[in-house]
Design a protein around this ligand. Structure first.
Ligand code: SF4
Length: 351
């Protein structure tokens, strides 16, 4: 069985290991490129949000590479995500009808552990539980790596980039819980000596829609670009936290929701409530600025946008909102980032 799921930035490594622990081969197709987006856009409804288009293109390329089983996250939500999988399944059937498409509901753990995954992979529920437990630890390791590399990029961008591949190789070679702990130590050894804390940096909180937050292709490598400008990116989003949220293990969730309340009383869907709650926490922690990224037609994040405008006035904190779609130009985006970083630096160092 050759299994494909959408790429998810660095966390793709953890998801691949999960699939392989369940006895299947992962076959994701080539890395995401302009071709992926153009294929996805060609077959998508025109006004659907960007994550739909990229993940659809991703699946088409995976099928071309020989995948026979496609897994797509699903779940009833107040936004379009609730029907992503119906649409993608129908579109993909017309392109290639030799594969199986499975929608994996995120909000039904019993079905996930005891029915769906055992049925797809032909394994016992115990094996699924064990693989999920390891997935949680792999994703925690990746979360840890992302924090380290963000910190290192802010202080010493070029050396951080040189060490990235070495660090990723360590993560890829991990295959047990014990090795996860060992890998954390090795990662610290790689990055700690090159953090030069004598440089002046600014801290910018990144908030927004989860796919754009996690997939560098979708966000035009915003974290890397900010690191190049001497910015320490602070972000609370990761696959690790998302899994903890789904397993009801994330205490930070409650804090986020209570912090959103002043500006957004009820969830309009997607991650809008998290966007606002995290931005409020950042503002209270005296973060120097906030960047909000979201797909152009994303209804929940457009509502969050309004809430963030009020938050920006209350805390006098600079907030840059960036909506992204297939027409976004990287040059234009970089110009906006550079201008914003300059404003934040002036406010902090000369204000
Ligand atoms: S949160 Fe926004 S981008 Fe994500 S599926 Fe919903 S509408 Fe689309």
């Amino acid at each position: 069985m050759k299994v494909a799921f959408p790429y998810l930035g660095y966390d793709t490594i953890a998801l691949k290991k999960f699939v392989e622990l369940l006895g299947a081969e992962s076959c994701l197709g080539p890395p995401l490129t302009a071709r992926t987006l153009s294929l996805g856009t060609k077959y998508s409804p025109e006004l659907i949000c960007l994550p739909f288009k990229i993940t659809l293109g991703n699946f088409i390329e995976a099928l071309e590479a020989g995948a026979d089983t496609l897994l797509m996250a699903a779940g009833a939500r107040k936004c379009r995500f609730g029907y992503y999988h119906y649409l993608q399944e129908n579109i993909l059937k017309k392109i290639d009808n030799r594969h199986c498409f499975y929608a994996i509901s995120q909000y039904t753990p019993y079905e996930f552990f005891f029915k769906k995954m055992p049925q797809i992979f032909g394994v016992t529920p115990q094996k699924v539980i064990y693989a999920t437990w390891l997935l949680l630890h792999y994703s925690a390791l990746i979360d840890y790596f992302r924090k380290l590399i963000r910190l290192t990029r802010a202080y010493n961008f070029y050396d951080a980039q040189k060490k990235e591949l070495e660090a990723l190789r360590i993560i890829e070679n991990v295959s047990s819980f014990k090795e996860v702990q060992k890998a954390k130590k090795e990662l610290r050894k790689i990055f700690s000596p090159i953090i030069n804390t004598s440089n002046e940096i600014i801290r910018i909180g990144l908030v927004g829609e989860i796919y754009l937050m996690l997939e560098p292709f979708a966000n035009y490598e915003i974290e890397k670009e900010l690191g190049k400008l001497g910015v320490l990116v602070v972000s609370k989003r990761s696959l690790y936290r998302h899994l903890k949220h789904l397993l009801k293990l994330d205490l930070f969730d409650l804090r986020t929701i209570s912090n959103a309340y002043k500006y957004l009383k009820d969830s309009p869907g997607g991650e809008a409530i998290k966007t606002v709650g995290e931005a409020h926490i950042f503002a209270k922690k005296n973060i120097d600025g906030i960047i909000h990224i979201y797909p152009f037609t994303c209804m929940p994040e457009n509502i969050a946008y309004e809430a963030l405008q009020k938050l920006a006035r209350d805390y006098e904190i600079p907030i840059l909102s960036i909506s992204i779609d297939e027409h976004t130009s990287k040059t234009g985006l970089l110009t906006r980032l550079e201008a914003f970083v300059e404003v934040v630096k002036r406010k902090k160092f000369k204000g």
